[in-house]
Design a protein around this ligand. Structure first.
Ligand SMILES: *Cc1c(COP(=O)(O)O)cnc(C)c1O
Length: 344
């Protein structure tokens, strides 16, 4: 199967990184400000044209999603909890004054673009086809107000791990002079404008050999929020803690799924609450989660002049157990009593 695929598309499945590879097609549709989305169509992969006065270019009116299509062990193409993504898109659309997308139309769009780009889905074990839905104000607008027209598009790309050498773990630095999002801002939705501000702090810490920054809450600077664009977890004994969703943290679908699995199948006491930065020095294991990162173990966390090392050489057992539990669901290697996996 793999060799057959390799002949068809020019992708080296063994060297996949988390980067954009051109594929066959893009899904695209539009909607007027007060109108209804109509079913879209596939266009050849390539550049799109846009008004210089587009709402997204001028005021960042737009959001994105991140999903993955995997080849499963049963030979299906699996997508994890897509209706959760559809719901999150719509909570973002409401927050950013964009027309909501009917869940049916969203799912039809996903199926259409994945099927058409099927040959770009990596063989099992080599990675996934990353799906990147975008919703943005594409109509021209000069004053600060919602754009008169919107575009919903999905492009796809085969990807490997989000962090380099991800499964051996990452080193993180807690930053104090930068925040990701304030409590009543747009941190709770995948607003395009949330991400540019994180590039500079990430660049600063990367020069010190850290993979990413860890943000503290903007109000008190005491509580862990997120790891760049992934949710944070701390294990201590039989407790699995993750920062509570208070508006500034992105409600990750992998986060929600891990909390559920950990409580029902792995016997953890699951705590969604404020996680004080001092607690990182008392944890047994720590990891971060996201569609892109899946579960990425944290080797060390540095806060001010203190460094906590969770694992050196070997990734923590409990983190690996949760990782395996989740991956088995994603790859249809076990029963899915939750109905989380949709196949195409
Ligand atoms: C997308 C994202 C996550 C992870 O969400 P998933 O639904 O699990 O992929 C976490 N934090 C931020 C800031 C994000 O943008």
């Amino acid at each position: 199967m793999a060799t057959e695929l390799e002949e068809k598309v020019d992708v080296n499945w063994d060297d996949l990184t988390f980067s954009a590879t051109p594929t066959k097609s893009i899904y695209l549709t539009t909607c007027k400000e007060d109108g209804q989305w109509k079913p879209g169509e596939l266009i050849p992969y390539g550049d799109i044209s846009i008004s210089p006065a587009a709402g997204v270019l001028n005021y960042g009116q737009g959001l994105f999603e991140g999903m993955k299509a995997y080849r499963t062990s049963k030979g299906n193409i699996g997508i994890f909890r897509p209706s959760e993504n559809a719901k999150r898109v719509n909570s973002g659309c409401r927050r950013l004054c964009m027309p909501e997308i009917p869940e049916e139309l969203f799912w039809d769009a996903i199926r259409l673009v994945v099927k058409d780009n099927e040959e770009y889905i990596p063989p099992i074990g080599k990675g996934a086809l990353y799906l990147r839905p975008l919703v943005f104000g594409s109509g021209p607008v000069l004053g600060v107000k919602p754009a008169p027209e919107y575009t919903f598009l999905i492009y796809v790309s085969p990807v490997g791990p989000y962090f380099k050498g991800a499964m051996s773990g990452i080193h993180l630095k807690v930053v104090e002079n930068f925040h990701r999002a304030p409590q009543y801002g747009t941190g709770g939705v995948k607003a395009i404008g949330n991400y540019a501000g994180g590039m500079y702090p990430a660049r600063l810490v990367k020069t010190e050999e850290f993979s990413e920054v860890v943000y503290l809450d903007a109000r008190e600077e005491k509580y862990i929020e997120e790891v760049g664009a992934a949710n944070f977890f701390l294990i201590k004994g039989d407790v699995l803690a993750s920062p509570e969703l208070d508006g500034s943290i992105l409600p990750g679908i992998i986060r929600k799924s891990i909390l559920h699995l950990a409580g029902t199948e792995f016997g953890y006491k699951v705590e969604e609450r404020k996680v004080h930065v001092d607690e990182i020095f008392e944890g047994d294991e720590a990891f971060c989660s996201g569609t892109a990162a899946v579960i990425t173990p944290i080797i060390s966390m540095t806060y001010r002049d203190r460094k906590m090392i969770y694992c050196d050489g070997e990734v923590g057992k409990k983190t690996m157990e949760l990782y395996d539990g989740l991956m088995q669901l994603l790859l249809e290697q076990r029963d899915d009593p939750y109905g989380w996996l949709e196949t195409i």
